[in-house]
Ligand binder design. Sequence first.
Ligand code: PEP
Length: 250
Amino acid sequence: MSKTSFCIANWKMNKTIQEATDYIEKINKMDLSKSSAKMIICPSYTNLNDLIRYENKINKITFGAQNVSSENKGSFTGEVSISMLESIGCSWVIIGHSERRLIMQEKDSEIARKIELVYNSTLNPILCIGETSAENKNGETHKVLERQINTAFEYLDFENNKEILIAYEPIWAIGTGTAADRKSIESNIKIIKNIINNINTKNCNIYLLYGGSVDENNASDIFSIDDVNGFLIGTSSLDVERFYDIYRQI
Ligand code: PEP
């Protein structure tokens, strides 16, 4: 039986509305029946509302935001709230991406509040976790992953029926062009699985993804690892042909 799978594009701060629309128009013409993966595209906020309108035409694709505020509403200039995302029919939101953790100094406690807001909304979360190169070298990976997962889920009772995606993204592999080696993905996915197994996740379905320099050449090998249910893809998702090539392999 084929595994439930997810192929997620994280466009980060790339693509004007014209570029984003062209991409979706192109993918709309491709044969999406080649894979049973759920395709999720995460564009910038400025493109999200326009692109979501394509969901009705292309039932294989849903859309996600790259972030959400940890506050509900009010005087938070530049922020976008969970109810704003709900109001445009957004389905997913990436939480705790390493770029936000490192560049924007996002803390575990803030990520926990965001996860709680998403959990109590109509959206589903894509939680990013992963160790830095130094933490990896110091043998701290297990400790880091445990802390990131346990704090992120601190306020959840798991009673709601939700799909929760956890993307394991070793920071030392992101944007480098070289994915983590199979052995470390296998062992760290196993660690994450064990941490999750110790939580009573009740009515929630949790799926594990890998992210970090996934491309058309390494996708099918990484996807063959037990409990890897798909990918969160940065660089290779920017080109529609490359992204489709990965999608059709999973
Ligand atoms: C990411 O930033 O989530 C990511 C996986 O990027 P890349 O695919 O470029 O490594």
